[in-house]
Write a protein that binds this ligand. Sequence first.
Ligand SMILES: Nc1ncnc2c1ncn2[C@@H]1O[C@H](COP(=O)(O)OP(=O)(O)O)[C@@H](O)[C@H]1O
Ligand SMILES: N[C@@H](CC(=O)OP(=O)(O)O)C(=O)O
Length: 437
Amino acid sequence: MKILKFGGTSVGSPERMTKLLDIINPNEEQIVVLSAVSGTTNSLVEISNYFLAGDKQKGSVAIENLYQKYKDFVVELLPATDFQEMGNEVIDYHFSFLAVLTNDIFTSIEEKVVLAQGELLSTTLYHIYLQSIGVASVLLPALDFMKTDEDNEPDIPFTNKHLMPILAEHKGNKLFITQGFICRNSFGEVDNLRRGGSDYTASLLGAAINAEEVQIWTDIDGMHNNDPRIVKGTKPIAQLSFDEAAELAYFGAKILHPQSVFPAQKYKIPVRLLNTMEPSAAGTLITHDSEKGKIKSIAAKDGITAIRIQSSRMLLAYGFLRRVFEVFERYKTPIDMITTSEVAVSLTIDETAHLPKIIEELESFGTVEVDTDHSIVCVVGDFGSEKHGFASRVLEGLKHIPIRMISYGGSNYNVSLLILSEYKTEALRSLHNRLFE
Ligand SMILES: Nc1ncnc2c1ncn2[C@@H]1O[C@H](COP(=O)(O)OP(=O)(O)O)[C@@H](O)[C@H]1O
Ligand SMILES: N[C@@H](CC(=O)OP(=O)(O)O)C(=O)O
């Protein structure tokens, strides 16, 4: 069994949806994971924000606008009268549900239910489309088998336990369709795997059913060696290791959800990144193997805050870093980069919700300086062997840009540098010229 995930752009219009059958072979066993139609999740976030802010008027207008878009979508996707009626019933059901849901008290619980409607709509409409052209498929309700635990971690054994019997019940069927992104949390409430989470669903399903392969179909021919939105002339990378892919996804390569690598890595399921618009292109294969002696790719992550704690108490002391880390642990704030000297430690975070409290506690150790608006630029490749001189080439590529922090040696395949965000574009372009041209 293979898992094929199609992102928002791949199901972004009725025409795109109908073209999926150029890629999906209904005679092969597969679970097709769909995201919401592109733009829908953003609209649902906007709708939720209006209701969370108590602006029912604007919220209702936004619901109506989205409803009209789906009306047009159904007419184009399902031209035959009987199937068009089925499509209209589906959207009427979901949009009346939205109206009821937003009519009363609106909290983060209702917000998650609102956000789930995008994937529920796209999969149900696609399922009806397949029926309309006589292709047999089974619609699997992700909310019955995708679950996170008390720590918000996905529960893969739960998915295995609840999905396998459903698949067995439909023995003889080959094509299964399900929703990406959505799940239930440990309270049984509707929840999600965070923005871009359909990739994560695909990888979790691959792990849960021990799939032959997970394919992430998107609008580009694989992971490129730099951000194609910023740098011209980027190229797809044929092969990446799970660790390299995880670093790139985490440090900004938007093509892949950062957490989606780990389930596939743990359960040894190969992942392919492929292009819906160019299905014959090789794309990127992610496995345990890594190509040696090469720099693979550059990525950047914005919205980084750097914190420096300067303290003479650090000098020749032990236990100091533990106490610093405990502050971040108490506020559930992950640290990305860290560098130390004998009297100071610098670290970066991208979640700033608890920053004032964190600073207040850190001030008991010494002087605290905070710098916002930074970006981490991350270069991924085989840095394990000094003979390539890659690190010096990275620094050479950034010699005209002020560097706030450098992290090298944490792993053999990554160098991360912290710079002011205003230099990001120049840094990515300059590194590209230096490393790949
Ligand atoms: N290193 C990279 N390689 C490939 N694509 C990248 C990279 N960095 C950013 N991207 C962007 O990621 C986009 C695909 O991700 P996304 O929009 O989330 O797809 P989908 O909607 O299919 O899930 C591409 O169109 C591309 O602009
Ligand atoms: N629809 C969700 C989940 C998702 O993964 O979307 P996409 O595959 O288009 O990145 C989102 O927009 O976040």
